[in-house]
Structures are given as C-alpha cells and as structure tokens.
Design a protein around this ligand. Structure first.
Ligand SMILES: [Zn+2]
Length: 474
C-alpha cells in the first residue's frame, strides 16, 4: 500500500478568446483538490494548467479589437494566471502557454513523429467548419445545416489543401485501450459514449491551415505554407509541460490524470490518445469528465445575462467558500444548475451558520472552560478515500453530516448549561466536541486548506478564531 509514485494531474487548457469561465474554475479547483489529496497520501505531485492561445477565433477577436494578437493573448493569459491564487491553487502548479517557445518546438516534434509514422499526409478537401467550435463538422453533427452549439453562426464551406491526421487508423487501437482499461474514462457513461463514437468509425481530419488565410498558429515543420490546427498543437501541452521532448522520459511525470469537461471528451479521450499512440508515447492514465454548469435552467451566456464568473464568486464569498461551493454543490459528473439565490443559501446555511458558527461556539466554550489545548494526537481523521474516484461531493456531504450531528449534540446536551451544575461532565462534552471539530478540520484540509488551518490552529492554541465566514449583506 506504500505506493509513492509521482502523480501528474492536469486540467484542460482553456481557450483564451474570452474571460475565465466557471466551468474552468471548477475543473481547476477539482484538479487542485485531487493534487492536494495525492500529496497527503505521500505522492510527489505535478499539477499542470495554462492557456490555449492559437487558432482562428483568437485571431479574429484580436483583429476585431484592433490589437496585436500576441498582445491580446498576453492580456488574457494574465487573467487566467491570476485566477490560480484567487482560487487557492497550489503555488507550485505549472502554468503553460501554448505560445511558449518551448511548447511550439514540442508541438513540431509531435508533428514530426506522427508524420514519420505515416499518420500525417496531404490532401485536397472541402470542409464544413464551425468557427464557434474551431472544429470541422460532419453532416451528422449539424442540425438544419447549423452547429447545434452555435446556431447563430453560419457553417463555413472551405476548399483547401491540408495535412490530415490518419485518425481512421486508430479505431482498433483506441477500442483496445478502452477495453484493457475499463476505468480509462470516468464516469463510465462517458467511457461508453466515447466507445460508441469510436465504434461508429473514425474519419481522418485536417490538422493544418493555410498560413495565407490565417497565420496565428504553430508553423508546420518543413512547409512554410501551413500552420497547425489549434487542437493538434494545444494537446501536446500535456507532455511539453514536463520538458518533453528534451526530457524523453518526462522526468518521470507522464502518464497522468486529465481533468476535462464533457465538451472535451473527444479531444481528450480519443484524438489526443491516438496522437500519443502514433508518436509512440504512453497513453494518459485516466480522463475525468465533468458535466456542465447551467444557471436558471439554461446554459450560461452573455446574451441571457446569466453568466456567473469565478471572479464574481470570489468577490462575493471569498476564496475558500468559492472552493467549497464548486466542490460540494457542483455535481462531479452530471450537469448542475446554480443561481445566485441558491449559492447565497448554501453559503449562509452551510458555512456562516454551519461550519463557521459551530467552530465559534465550540472554541468559545473551550477557551472559557478548558485549562489548555485538547490533546488531539490520537484522533482518527474522517475517511476521504472516495476522492480516489473523484467523489468530491460525497466526501463533503459526509463532512457536513458530521457538522450537523455536532450541532445536534450541542442542542441536546447543552454543555453551556451543564457547566453551571456539573463542571466535570460539561468539560468532557467540550473536549469531545473539540476532538470532533479537529476531525472535521483534518478532513477539510484538501478542500479548504486555509479554513482547515485556522481551525486546527485555534484548537492548538485553545482560542476562538476570528469569524471564518462573513454574513452576506442583505
Ligand atoms: Zn459550433
């Protein structure tokens, strides 16, 4: 059981054509919590995140705003980078940008290896293309000739000579990968979804663009007329971040666990895996696929005015409460609907009146009636093994059930009254409560590291801490 192998954990890289999205913030907080959990188990951890900065959409957006493309992505990358401390992400997390020089070289090396394998070839073709997705669309993916995700955009028809990736060759290898690793994609209904997609037959797809049409991308090696398709370049970040290709052994960090959203299922669990097989590189160990976050029963969108951004969350609730809200109240696998009303309710009920109030009551009693700190040496911590299966919500439900039970214990036994008649018995109750609170705090270390530490320190010093969570102004 003393498996202390290094653990590599990565988010997907968000595309920087707009500001940070709550879906990405959730992915980041999950990956961070999972990384902290692995550290707690004694593993060395490499946590990767960053920004995906090439492609047509970014090129167009920068043009629209009348600024230099590099300048445009620099500004947005900064915003994404600032999100890390704002969400309490491990300070040692790697932040890779696909415009980094090293990454560009790595993407070119990936290209060379796939090409040497005979998996990249040139051909003429007509493409139906959704600019919203940055993806070519097959007829079966269109509804009334439109992309169902971007019904307001017209599908573009493009005739051009491109390089293609021989994706069709990877149907069997991918199916074999899934069959041999039944937990390769979690949850299993997403594994079934990708299996069905691959079983349906794979089409080669274009992996280059004519530079004359759009120059914002990684140059194709040995062909000045083409740049790489944005997905092909961006996916390589998961290994370029470890120092590949100079470090052919990835310094021991690859393969690893990839966190993704369901809109990334195909890229992460099929396209990227086919590229790895083609280049002779080990496949990812596992791909975790989360659901979407909607608001008021609809997908968040500017036009509906129902967007809830990560920055608004941290402004209103603070860093630790934001982590709590995303980890406990967003389902790890299914779609989740949130509204400001509901977030306020959860915050007030579970943090202000829940954990915050409980901590204050217990530590006030402890400070007043105990001679010194409670000995917490031999306290077992709660079981958080469910994190092995990314059950963030389940673990936190368990912690809050514990908090509820402690509130009940205080209400039933009234130690604050008993202290007047039977001091010894009251002190026993208070010591028990402090020990239970210690257990709660220990269980929260990977979810809400700062809050957990404040509580643990209060117990060490036998002193009531400052208010953990401010009441919302009404
Ligand atoms: Zn689309």
């Amino acid at each position: 059981m003393s498996d202390k192998t290094p653990k590599y954990i990565t988010t997907t890289l968000p595309y920087v054509n707009s500001k940070p999205h709550i879906g990405f913030a959730t992915e980041l907080v999950r990956a961070d919590t999972f990384a902290r959990y692995q550290k707690l188990l004694g593993h060395e951890v490499f946590l990767n995140t960053g920004t995906d900065e090439h492609g047509q959409k970014i090129y167009d957006k920068a043009k629209e705003e009348g600024i230099d493309t590099q300048e445009f992505v620099d500004g947005l990358a900064e915003e994404f980078k600032n999100l890390l401390p704002e969400l309490g992400i491990l300070p040692e997390a790697h932040f890779i940008r696909t415009t980094d020089e090293h990454h560009i070289k790595a993407a070119q090396e990936m290209w060379r290896r796939c090409k040497e394998k005979g998996d990249i070839y040139k051909a003429e073709h007509e493409v139906k293309y959704c600019k919203g997705c940055e993806l070519e669309k097959t007829d079966s993916e269109l509804e009334d000739g439109k992309c169902p995700l971007h019904p307001n955009n017209d599908i573009e028809i493009r005739e051009e000579e491109n390089y293609f990736f021989r994706f069709s060759k990877y149907q069997e290898p991918l199916l074999k990968l899934y069959a041999e690793n039944p937990e390769f994609v979690v949850p299993d209904f997403r594994l079934n979804e990708i299996k069905r997609f691959v079983e349906g037959g794979l089409q080669d797809f274009s992996v280059s663009r004519l530079k004359s049409k759009m120059s914002w991308g990684v140059p194709v090696p040995d062909d000045e007329e083409h740049i790489m398709y944005v997905w092909f370049d961006a996916l390589t970040n998961y290994i370029s971040t470890t120092g590949w290709p100079e470090k052919e052994d990835f310094d021991g960090w690859w393969p690893g666990v990839q966190f993704a959203g369901k809109d990334n299922l195909r890229q992460q669990s099929a396209i990227w895996q086919a590229m790895l097989i083609s280049a002779g590189i080990p496949n990812s160990t596992q791909v975790f696929v989360g659901g979407f976050i909607n608001s008021g029963g609809q997908k968040m969108s500017k036009s509906l005015g129902n967007v809830i951004s990560p920055n608004e969350l941290t402004e209103r609730y603070g860093r630790e409460a934001t982590r709590y809200l995303l980890l406990r109240h967003v389902h790890p696998f299914e779609d989740t609907d949130i509204t400001w009303d509901r977030l306020d309710e959860w915050y007030t009920a579970n943090l202000v009146n829940g954990l915050g109030n409980l901590t204050a009551r217990i530590m006030k009693m402890a400070e007043t009636h105990l001679d010194g700190p409670v000995n917490t040496k031999d306290i077992n911590t709660m079981d958080i093994d469910a994190l092995d299966n990314y059950q963030f919500q389940t673990v936190l439900d368990g912690v809050w059930a514990g908090i509820g039970a402690m509130d009940e214990y205080i209400a039933e036994n009234e130690p604050f009254k008993v202290i007047k008649t039977d001091k010894e018995q009251a002190i026993e109750m208070i010591v028990k409560l402090v020990k239970d609170l210690h257990e709660i705090a220990e269980s929260l270390v990977v979810f809400m590291p700062e809050t957990a530490e404040i509580i643990l320190q209060a117990i060490r010093e036998n002193k009531k801490p400052e208010n953990l969570f401010a009441r919302l102004e009404s």
